[in-house]
Design a protein around this ligand. Structure first.
Ligand code: PGA
Length: 248
């Protein structure tokens, strides 16, 4: 199965940053049609077009948006990016339910977002906070978040989950490899149990939270890990290119 390596740039970007970034990345990335990997960039929406231009000559590299906005009651929404607009920008992917955006969202709006994504593949984020972890509530929390996706499942939806423990994001801390492996296995088993028509190989589970050049190789080689979602380390072209060039 191919590995997915995704860069979540969050709210960091400039035209100058993109030009410098891709002059390094494009010259040093080792990828071709036979590579068993897919690289995905998630820039801020304002820079989607420039990123799309910057990667157009490479194969195996895609891009997407970090969220989408909905107007539940068909009202107008100043400053919003709708799924139709993001699909018009040819986004291949959308991140839904990142812990940094979940706080202000209701379960209902996450489900509505999922149902709006007819062309973009969803990367659905789940993960426990430190208190839930201390109280052994990790899987309970993750399963309740997975239910949001499962209840909105439609035919031919690709299932891509990012397991991102909230306490690991930007903290320099990560779960142990065996912990990551067990959690990913539990995620896959839970989805199959709830959606029996789905096969294990159709479920992609990425790990995210303090992935760096130093730990990426061992995380990517861990059982049940199908890729990584990288935040801070993806902002450094050299470091992220090294992560992308890891051989499996
Ligand atoms: P981090 O962020 O790699 O900086 O921990 C990951 C994320 O929030 O997706």
């Amino acid at each position: 199965m191919k590995k997915v390596i995704a860069a979540n740039w969050k709210n960091n970007c400039s035209k100058d940053f993109i030009n410098k970034y891709f002059s390094f990345f494009n010259a040093n990335i080792k990828i071709n049609q036979k590579s068993k990997k897919e690289i995905i960039f998630f820039p801020p929406d304002l820079y989607l077009d420039l990123v799309s231009q910057s990667i157009k000559d490479l194969s195996g590299i895609n891009y997407g948006c970090q969220n989408l906005n909905i107007n539940e009651d068909n009202t107008t929404l100043t400053g919003g990016s709708t799924s139709a607009m993001l699909e018009d920008m040819n986004c291949d992917y959308v991140i839904i339910g990142h812990s940094e955006t979940r706080e202000n969202e209701f379960n209902k709006s996450l489900k509505s977002k999922i149902l709006l994504c007819k062309k973009m593949n969803i990367i659905f984020c789940v993960g426990e906070n430190s208190l839930e972890r201390q109280n052994n509530q990790t899987l309970k929390k993750i399963f309740s978040q997975l239910d949001e996706l499962i209840e909105s499942y439609f035919d031919n939806m690709s299932i891509i989950i990012a397991y991102e423990p909230v306490w690991a994001i930007g903290s320099g801390e990560t779960p142990t490899l065996s912990n990551i492996s067990q959690t990913h296995e539990s995620i896959k088993k839970y989805i199959i149990q709830k959606l029996p028509s789905i096969k294990e190989n159709d479920i992609i589970v990425l790990y995210g939270g303090s992935v760096t050049e130093k730990n990426a190789s061992s995380i990517l080689k861990t059982d049940f890990v199908d890729g990584v979602l990288v935040g801070g380390a993806s902002l450094m072209a050299e470091e992220f290119t090294k992560i992308c060039n890891i051989e499996f």
